[in-house]
Design a protein around this ligand. Structure first.
Ligand SMILES: Cc1ncc(COP(=O)(O)O)c(C=O)c1O
Length: 397
């Protein structure tokens, strides 16, 4: 007899409940900068200071970006009305693509609805059966799904193990190869060994693809990201993902790089051609964010100061953070239960830090993913440090 899909789903939900792995969406009802009114368990709003978003430069509410969104909507309306190749590609899209390419010193850029879609696009458009995609084990879920969907062989090397990456590529000497890595790892905050990966890619005739969702705007000269911070160029990293929803404070994504590879994506990538283009107004806002980020050394300095303050303050209070120099500063908790209880203890003190559990992170490595923004003040970070120290005291190890 056929298995009931409904019954299976109910059993899976019950299992997640039993393992304390249910996930729930929190609703923000009002916002004042990084302070959010969040609906709690019993439907009542509670004001929390947020340390879990990815708005690393504070651009999502920057007056110039918000005004650009409003002006963009006035000029172009609410949506693109069609895909890029039909009639959805406006001058706003075009200008953003050109400015991104200019910023990252690459010949060309192509837009996507989101970073997730862009990753699906790159791997599917570049690889197929008989090819290989070699990836860091801690890469973002969208890169892993992308390889699975493309039909290529997927090989995942232990985190940051460049020799293992080289061995996996060498073992698949036939067929085309893509070596893909996050630039900054989203749940750990560490930076990939990009120079060594570029060497491996060159020796193995593979194309290196860097997903720089968390590096762009934050790292490197003029905020050009982890690739530029490593002193690499488009000849070393022919494809690079820029997402707009993190340090740029907007929404959407682009892949930037080699002229021919990008042209191929624009003409064949399914998540580019079979979907509505980004709203032009969103592109106008993103363009303004790019201009601020390019010129944003002051914002990067502010962010760096908060990162240093958090790490020094944690050390002084005997709080252990994972090794990271970026805006992502996780604190390992181990069990899911401990991560959840720590997050609740912080919330009771008015701080919102996301507990991250498997399958987003490996089993036994649940953590608090603390993120910092240039919009945080020194007293915000001091307050969080005190709250973390108190939570550690009241939550048993
Ligand atoms: C490393 C990485 N790549 C890609 C994505 C997906 O980007 P987007 O949120 O634009 O879909 C994310 C976002 O969570 C990410 O952390």
């Amino acid at each position: 007899m056929r298995e009931s899909l409904e019954q299976r789903v109910l059993a899976m939900r019950a299992q997640r409940e039993a393992e304390s792995r249910r996930r729930r969406t929190r609703t923000i009802t009002r916002r004042d900068g990084l302070r959010c009114e969040v609906v709690g368990m019993h439907g009542k709003g509670q004001w929390l200071l947020e340390f879990c978003g990815n708005d690393y430069l504070g651009l999502s509410r920057h007056p110039r970006v918000v005004a650009a969104l409003r002006d963009g909507a006035q000029a172009h309306g609410a949506g693109a009305t069609a895909s890029h190749l039909v009639c959805g590609h406006t001058a706003a899209h075009d200008t953003l693509e050109h400015e991104l390419a200019d910023w990252l010193q690459a010949p060309r850029a192509v837009l996507f609805g989101s970073g997730f879609m862009a990753n699906l696009a790159v791997v599917q458009a570049m690889l197929g059966v008989g090819d290989v995609c070699v990836q860091d084990k801690l890469n973002h879920a969208s890169l892993i799904d992308a390889a699975r969907l493309s039909g290529c062989a997927l090989k995942r090397y232990p985190h940051a193990d460049v020799d293992a990456a080289a061995r996996q590529l060498a073992a698949h000497a036939d067929g085309a190869a893509l070596l893909a890595s996050d630039g900054v790892f989203s749940m750990d905050g560490d930076i990939a060994p990009l120079r060594a990966l570029a060497d491996v890619a060159r020796h193995q005739q593979a194309v290196l693809y860097v997903d720089d969702a968390h590096g762009i705007g934050v790292l490197g000269p003029n905020g050009r990201g982890s690739v530029a911070a490593a002193g690499l160029h488009v000849r070393d990293v022919p494809l690079q993902l820029v997402t707009f929803g993190k340090a740029l404070g907007s929404y959407g994504a682009a892949v930037v790089g080699d002229e021919d590879l990008i042209a191929h994506l624009a003409e064949t990538a399914r998540p580019h051609i079979y979907t509505t283009a980004l709203p032009p107004a969103q592109c106008v806002a993103t363009l303004e964010a790019v201009r601020i980020a390019r010129d944003g050394d002051d914002l990067r300095k502010q962010l760096q100061a908060r990162i240093g303050q958090l790490r020094e303050g944690a050390h002084a209070r005997g709080l252990e953070l994972m090794a990271s120099d970026t805006a992502i500063q996780p604190m390992l908790c181990g069990s899911d239960a401990r991560a959840m209880t720590m997050a609740v203890a912080l919330e009771d003190q008015g701080y919102w830090v996301a507990p991250i559990r498997p399958p987003t992170v490996p089993e036994g490595q649940a953590r608090l993913r603390i993120t910092l923004s240039a919009a945080h003040t020194a007293s915000d970070v001091d307050g969080l440090l005190d709250a973390l120290a108190h939570a550690k005291e009241v939550v048993p190890a």
